[in-house]
Design a protein around this ligand. Structure first.
Ligand SMILES: CC(C)(COP(=O)(O)OP(=O)(O)OC[C@H]1O[C@@H](n2cnc3c(N)ncnc32)[C@H](O)[C@@H]1OP(=O)(O)O)[C@@H](O)C(=O)NCCC(=O)NCCS
Length: 182
């Protein structure tokens, strides 16, 4: 099994698989970036949504640097991660735990979308790759809104983050804010 992790780019975003269920693919998902446009996504033109996502990626890359990673297994994309300073992720205001630190980087998404490749430590690899990247960029704090009752959540469940050294920073019955000091 050949495993590669690469930075998310405008080019490789195009190649992320599409699936049946809403929002059809990470490449069409603007839940974190444009929450007001995410509502009613089903009725919107996928091409236009994709352009919105590309525009967001371009803006964050310019101001912050690379803000996502893809994991490939034997050259096929199997997982997606996205992260950025809080100001680029306006949907965070809809989480009740409280606001992330201004100087933190928030992991908005971490998803092994190919079910066949879950529980093989690929999520851990993807997370470690983000952490190492952010350390090299002198980031000191990483945070994420994880989920307590199940894994189905943009960045995954609380247990996954606890196993990877995070702690509950701002608690909530469902979506606590988790924190790791780098
Ligand atoms: C959550 C997810 C990212 C974890 O990645 P993974 O590759 O499956 O997990 P790993 O094999 O790297 O697990 C690392 C550790 O976290 C734990 N862990 C992972 N998923 C877990 C879960 N759902 N519940 C409890 N613990 C979990 C593992 O047991 C492992 O612990 P260990 O180190 O003691 O063995 C992945 O399973 C996933 O994407 N699931 C789907 C979530 C979803 O529906 N997301 C919707 C996105 S829009």
């Amino acid at each position: 099994m050949k495993i590669q992790i690469v930075n998310l780019s405008e080019e490789n975003l195009k190649n992320i698989p599409v699936w049946e269920s809403y929002p059809y693919s990470c490449k069409y998902c603007i839940y974190w970036e444009y929450p007001e446009k995410f509502i009613g996504l089903k009725k919107k033109n996928k091409y236009e949504i994709f352009q919105e996502k590309l525009g967001w990626l371009r803006r964050v890359k310019k101001e912050f640097g690379y803000c996502g990673k893809l994991i490939y297994i034997d050259r096929k994309p199997a997982g997606y991660a996205q992260f950025a300073p809080p100001k680029f992720l306006p949907n965070l205001i809809n989480y009740n735990a409280g606001l992330p630190d201004n100087n933190a980087v928030l992991i908005s998404c971490l998803f092994i979308f190919d079910k066949n490749f879950r529980a093989l430590k690929l999520g851990k690899r993807l997370l470690n790759s983000i952490i190492n990247d952010l350390k090299s960029r002198n980031v000191k704090i990483v945070e994420t809104f994880a989920r307590k009752d199940k894994a189905s959540n943009p960045s995954g469940p609380v247990e996954f983050y606890i196993k990877n050294g995070f702690r509950v920073y701002k608690d909530d019955p469902q979506f606590p804010l988790m924190k790791l000091d780098l």
